[in-house]
Design a protein around this ligand. Sequence first.
Ligand code: NAI
Ligand code: CS2
Length: 497
Amino acid sequence: MNEKVLNNQVLTGLPAAVATPRYDRDALTPGIVHLGIGAFHRAHQAWYTEQVLSDAAPDWGIIGASLRSPGVRDQLAPQNYLYSLVVKGNEGESVQVIGSVLDVFVAPESPHALLETLAREEIRIVSLTITEKGYCHDPASGTLNLQHPDIQHDLANPHAPKSALGFIVYALRKRRAAGLPGFTLLSCDNLPSNGQLLQRVVMAFARQIDGELADWIADNTRCPSTMIDRIVPATTDADRDALEQRLGVRDNAAVMAEPFTQWVVEDNFLRGRPAWQESGATFVEDVEPFELIKLRLLNGCHSLLAYSGYLAGFETIADVMGEPAYAALAERFLASEASAAVEAPAGFDLAAYRQQLLQRFANRALRHRTWQIAMDGSQKIPQRWLGTLRHQLRSGGSIELLSLALACWIRYVSAVDDAGNPIDVSDPLAAELKALAERCGNDPTELARGLLNFTPVFGEDLRDSSQLQQVLTAQLARVIEHGALAAVRMQMESCPA
Ligand code: NAI
Ligand code: CS2
């Protein structure tokens, strides 16, 4: 490994094709604290901000925070917080060094420092990519889970919270006490009406502490919803090695992304925002139609391909798409069940969007692991599949493909793949789901009944649908008896286009 890492000193010696910050980084001041500085933030919001930072507008620098591990801070700190965004498409790749991140705090090491930073007057936006489970909500209802261990902990430990909600509410309490205004809370996670959801859980947490504080927060924060889209797989050592060949220095914090990027934001900010429209973000009054299309088509199809593909031994989404039956399944799912429950805003070409999605999934330059997308299914499938499923049940539409998707998920959380190998299921409810599946044995009827009764995911209504029970049982029987690949092929043969 190269001893030399990316940092301020080596910027001018990088290959000419590598873009570098075009402003004086020393003059930047922070305006944003970002909670959850994972790969996605660095490839998306930090890039949109990078594009609009300039010597004339230096006051929207980003302070990142990790609420869990020090990994990203340890990668970025020796690099003066610089990192490369590598954009990889089938036609080639480009590299840009991003300078918009100024510092990273690791909350468990120093919760006090993060609280103090969030309470600084110049912080006007607090954005989040903390994964779906970071909102500590009940996935089926979208309400705060007051029994969540992090919430219980934070209600008892105001000076050293663990959850994003704890940091946000206690920092706002400090701001109120200091006579400062609040800030805008900008959720960039794949959740439906993510701004409203964030506001709901923040308010529910604040009300547990002090009703007057909750009222102040309601008046002194804004929570715009956002639709965020860019496929950003976890970076691998192979990615870092290839980049080192290209840069001549090591970048341990690099992120890999597809060329496509989109950000649709509700224009409702308390104390200004960067001119993100100049980097291509769209500001609208109502984000919901965009969110529903993205969650139900892109993410819905992604999860379908991830569970069914993982069970059959496919490592990446591009590999899955290389198998004709799966490519046909994706096309069919997008055009039929997933599209039935969405309404395209004026001027939005849904058919072109679907075609583009199929091409994005087939991008062989990105190695987006099925296992990564399969993570946290209990937190994802309500917004990816179940809204559509409810719509189909109400309107008498087909539920075949959604049931196949659910059957593969149920098989996946049972934690054994089609070759009999154990699956490392990463999900906050993994243990409960596995135990439930084990109690049901390999009996498709019992599995369908048992899982549909799991209310944190399915709510109270879906278990009452005899149609769902029946179709899901049939799909489970196929997946259990023949494996996911054969089940997908049978499905595609049984209903040719
Ligand atoms: P990542 O694994 O690189 O980073 C996840 C971040 O969330 C880390 O900072 C981690 O510490 C934090 N986190 C995890 N559990 C948490 C918890 N319970 N409370 C607080 N923080 C927690 O993942 P990545 O790629 O950055 O994705 C994060 C989220 O961004 C996704 O879950 C999704 O909602 C959203 N997103 C991701 C896209 C992608 O393609 N990677 C695209 C669109 C949205
Ligand atoms: C993926 C998404 O990991 C997942 O669950 O479906 O993160 C997906 O890559 C993004 O939403 C694309 O914008």
